[in-house]
Write a protein that binds this ligand. Structure first.
Ligand SMILES: Cc1cc2nc3c(=O)[nH]c(=O)nc-3n(C[C@H](O)[C@H](O)[C@H](O)COP(=O)(O)OP(=O)(O)OC[C@H]3O[C@@H](n4cnc5c(N)ncnc54)[C@H](O)[C@@H]3O)c2cc1C
Length: 467
């Protein structure tokens, strides 16, 4: 617990109104989008890198943990505070510092909401592709810390493919710059890539140089309904192999679709067991041709229904339904464990079949949807904690799913990170030697383990347990 005199020192560092310590305020920063919860000792809202540096020096002197936080939309518990620690909220650092059409670069502070940058660059005929479904409310700092993905990753890649350079306050208080404003750069170790995806454990990101691309002149969206889950899953890898180059290739099963059926521009008939939502972008002529080819290909692969959005507004209806799928699933059961496993493309049909088997074995609904085009399936185990045994069965189902994914040479997380939720399972994917090396790297950055302790590595110091 941070003693009162250190809270006063923090207060003096960030100025009046930029520190919260009342119980009712602390609980507002006790959670993210998981079910982990832990109230911090204080919440600070620094206004610049120099203030963050002083906060971290103070934390090192007195040994209290600090957890960086953007919008708290993370799905692995990364922003959940360590017990007795301080939450450092980056939302005051929310300026878009520069958009350069000449260099195809944007320079931003970490608290900028992703959707705000997307809209700002679009006004200048540019495009920032990473588009997590949470883009309207998550921050770019959180995106870099988690290496967020999104629907268009299948064509454009994930956040790390757009981060050219960073300003980072190290846990020991030094402020460093990594990378450069150039499209290439190989001077020294690639610290930009190491910090991208490091889940707030290696430092606080205070400025980000992002690569932009020209805005694609046209985009079309189509939806294809398949009578069979595995048939839809097989079509994913066939579409990619056929060279049809989708910009987005999303998959949804019937349980998920049923939760958003009122939003869909078509009737959810019995014949639709799974849906592929596909986008293609590029020059208008090429897009028209590829969308037509995609529609025909889906029908050849067994789709009983294939429709193309006629206007951007119609396309937005489909994408909006896709974005709300995660919260909509709570209609089925009040609690859910959401995992974002990824498997090689050829294994997607086997994975969706095996998920049905896990659902039967554990007696719980398992709904899946997600970025199938890059093998990243969001698997949701749905349960009601008031029904005896369901919570335990849900956790067993998650272990079953992780085992299956590893047997298929897949990964436990495609984009949500390890955080707290997957830390106990890290050894299912990484060798002891690889974990030990990562822990040595962590110590080199953070010798006193003050920076977001308890995240990523298997449970130990500073671990938070679910309520
Ligand atoms: C409805 C919904 C849909 C989602 N869809 C997607 C999706 O499609 N793709 C996807 O990848 N994710 C998705 N997410 C997960 C989440 O939005 C992303 O992980 C996002 O990047 C988190 O951003 P945030 O600002 O909320 O970060 P937070 O949750 O506040 O923090 C996440 C992690 O980043 C660290 N962190 C935050 N800011 C900084 C900083 N400045 N410096 C250092 N560390 C920092 C925190 O310590 C924590 O470990 C979704 C979440 C929800 C709720």
């Amino acid at each position: 617990m941070v003693p009162p005199d250190q809270i006063r020192q923090l207060q003096a560092l960030v100025g009046p109104g930029n520190l919260l310590s009342a119980q009712e305020d602390l609980w507002c920063y006790a959670f993210d989008a998981t079910d982990h919860i832990q109230a911090p000792a204080a919440v600070v809202f620094p206004g610049c890198a120099a203030e963050i540096s002083q906060i971290l020096r103070l934390a090192n002197r007195h040994g209290f943990p600090v957890t960086p936080r953007g919008a708290g939309t993370g799905r692995s518990g990364g922003a959940v505070p360590a017990p007795g620690g301080v939450v450092l909220v980056l939302t005051r650092l929310n300026r878009i510092l520069e958009i350069s059409p000449e260099d195809l670069v944007a320079v931003v502070e970490p608290g900028v909401i992703t959707g705000r940058l997307q809209a700002a660059v679009e006004e200048q005929g540019l495009y920032y592709p990473p588009d997590p479904s949470s883009a309207d409310f998550c921050t770019l700092g959180g995106n870099v810390a988690e290496c967020a993905g999104g629907a268009v990753a299948v064509q454009y890649g994930v956040t790390r493919d757009y981060v050219l350079g960073l300003q980072v306050v190290l846990p020991t208080g030094e402020i460093i710059e990594t990378g450069a404003r150039t499209m290439k750069g190989v001077v020294g170790y690639d610290l930009t890539r190491l910090i991208t995806g490091s889940e707030g454990t290696l430092g606080v990101i205070t400025r980000i140089i992002l690569r932009l691309t020209p805005r694609p002149p046209a985009r079309q969206t189509l939806a294809a309904g398949f009578p069979d889950l595995e048939m839809a899953a097989r079509a994913v890898s066939l579409i990619l192999r056929a060279g049809l180059v989708p910009t987005a290739l999303e998959f949804m099963d019937r349980t998920t679709l049923n939760c958003v059926r009122e939003m869909l521009p078509f009737r959810m008939t019995q014949e639709i067991a799974a849906l592929l939502l596909i986008a293609v972008d590029g020059h208008p002529h090429d897009v028209e041709e590829r969308a037509g080819a995609m529609e025909r290909f889906c029908r050849e692969q067994g789709a009983g229904m294939a429709i193309r959005a006629r206007t951007p507004a119609e396309a937005e209806v489909l994408w909006k339904a896709r974005r709300v799928m995660s919260p909509a699933l709570r209609q089925v059961k009040p609690q859910k464990i959401s995992e974002d496993v990824a498997v090689p493309l050829s294994a997607i049909p086997r994975l969706v079949a095996a998920l049905q088997e896990v659902s039967r074995r554990r007696g719980l609904p398992v709904a899946s949807y997600g970025h199938a085009g890059d093998g990243n399936i969001h698997v949701n185990v749905l349960y009601d904690q008031k029904i005896p045994g369901e919570k335990e069965a849900a956790h067993q189902a998650v272990e079953d799913i992780f085992s299956l994914v590893r047997q298929m040479d897949g990964t436990l997380s495609g984009e949500h990170g390890v955080g707290l939720t997957k830390a106990p399972y890290l050894e299912m994917e990484l060798s002891r030697e690889a974990i030990a090396l990562q822990q040595r790297l962590k110590r080199a950055f953070d010798p006193n383990n003050i920076m977001n302790p308890g995240k990523i590595f298997p449970p130990g110091r500073g671990r938070v347990t679910p309520p």
